[in-house]
Design a protein around this ligand. Structure first.
Ligand SMILES: Cc1cc2nc3c(=O)[nH]c(=O)nc-3n(C[C@H](O)[C@H](O)[C@H](O)COP(=O)(O)OP(=O)(O)OC[C@H]3O[C@@H](n4cnc5c(N)ncnc54)[C@H](O)[C@@H]3O)c2cc1C
Length: 355
């Protein structure tokens, strides 16, 4: 950017979609930034029915292939025999007193992320050089999200389902370097979107505000369980919620009056539900060094153990999907990726013919 542009405000504008991958311009890979910005040139995509529609669409495919989908299980260990992955040990999270379960499999594919897989799930007595490297690698940024239920359609304020990036500064780096959001330190940035305006099946109106926050602001409640983190935590959440609503209100007067219900998720929420390290919603940060790491990829040093999802390639929903294609390609033998893509090509052709 510095090579091609001189105007600081123009550079800030061109880099302003960095929130999509969670890293300000001084830290991010320009290639990843370019790929994400370019994929928005023709608009964005939203799953009809919301995010759960992705799981609902894929489960029948797994079952038709003879698979079984089992939920409410936390894998506690990847089982190894003579250094080869043979299955997993899992805890039933719906019944804390239930016995540990063991599942054996010829191939184990982990979507729990490189950090969880290498550091938490492969038994610690199995020597792995990657473990220390992953622990020493820079951490991803954490965020808070305000989920809003609205009384009326936000269309009356002119919104049509587009994403908004609201900044109060042209200095993108200051947004993540500055002290955390608090009542005395109002946020300098937020992302605003309206899921219900994108989803033809939505029954009510909703909005979502996302902002950066320092994980350490919440670390004192880390060991306490979900919904039992006490009055101070609830008070801090209420302050942050108000400051983010105020930031949006300053730019779009009347927004506040539409709100019926507000709920804030913190990095501890993401850590609880998603098991991501420090609740970083994009996981391992996409700094240029990430692309050089041997542990970013579908293959692992352990025979029959593979990674999938964002830590095999790039990040976000598209990154995770292509991570799945990449792992399937590796498992599909020689030229596996091209075999998968050929299949995708024929399926698309059939769908387009049907249309
Ligand atoms: C609030 C929010 C908004 C986002 N918005 C967008 C967006 O608009 N566009 C976009 O592209 N991306 C968005 N993202 C990021 C996107 O959701 C992720 O990049 C993507 O889901 C990563 O996919 P994945 O399959 O690699 O991992 P995940 O979707 O994180 O799936 C990993 C799964 O593994 C489970 N798991 C972890 N450890 C264990 C264990 N030990 N046992 C059993 N299960 C385990 C987790 O619970 C989780 O379900 C958003 C994320 C958040 C949190």
């Amino acid at each position: 950017m510095n090579r091609h542009f001189q105007d600081a405000q123009l550079k800030a504008l061109l880099a302003s979609q960095w929130g999509n991958y969670g890293l300000p311009p001084s830290q991010s890979c320009f290639g990843i930034h370019g790929a994400i910005v370019t994929h928005y040139f023709k608009g964005g995509w939203y799953p009809v029915g919301g995010a759960k529609a992705i799981a609902q669409a894929i489960i029948p495919v797994i079952e038709q292939g003879g698979g079984v989908v089992i939920t409410q299980r936390r894998v506690t260990e990847i089982l190894l025999e003579s250094g080869v992955a043979v299955g997993v040990k899992a805890q039933n999270t719906a019944h804390a007193k239930a016995d540990m379960e063991t599942y054996f499999a010829p191939i184990v594919v982990s979507d729990a992320g490189a950090f969880n897989t290498y550091v938490k799930l492969i038994p610690p007595n199995y020597p792995l050089a990657e473990r220390q490297k992953i622990q020493a690698f820079p951490k991803g940024n954490s965020m808070v999200t305000v989920y809003l239920g609205l009384k009326e359609s936000p269309q009356q304020l002119g919104f049509q389902g587009e994403n908004h990036w609201i900044y109060t500064t042209y200095n993108h780096d200051a947004i993540v370097q500055d002290p955390p959001i608090s009542a005395d330190n109002l946020p300098k940035f937020c992302y605003l979107s309206f899921p219900s305006l994108k989803d033809p099946l939505a029954e009510g109106h909703t909005a979502e505000i996302i902002a950066y926050v320092n994980y350490d602001l919440f670390s004192q409640w880390r060991e306490q369980s979900w919904r039992r983190r006490g009055a101070d935590y609830t008070e801090l959440k209420a302050q942050i919620t108000q400051s983010l609503i105020q930031l949006v209100e300053r730019h779009y007067p009347g927004f506040q009056d539409l709100i019926e219900y507000a709920e804030l998720s913190t990095p501890l929420t993401v850590e609880h539900f998603d098991a991501s390290d420090r609740g970083a919603i994009f996981g391992i940060p996409c700094i240029p060094e990430r692309l050089d790491q041997s542990w970013i990829g579908a293959r692992t040093p352990i025979k029959n153990l593979y990674l999938t999802g964002v830590d095999t390639l790039s990040l976000g929903i598209m990154g995770a999907m292509m991570g799945g294609v990449k792992t399937a390609g590796v498992l599909n033998g020689a030229f596996g990726f091209f075999k998968s893509m050929r299949l995708v090509y024929y399926i698309c052709k059939i769908i387009l013919c049907d249309l």
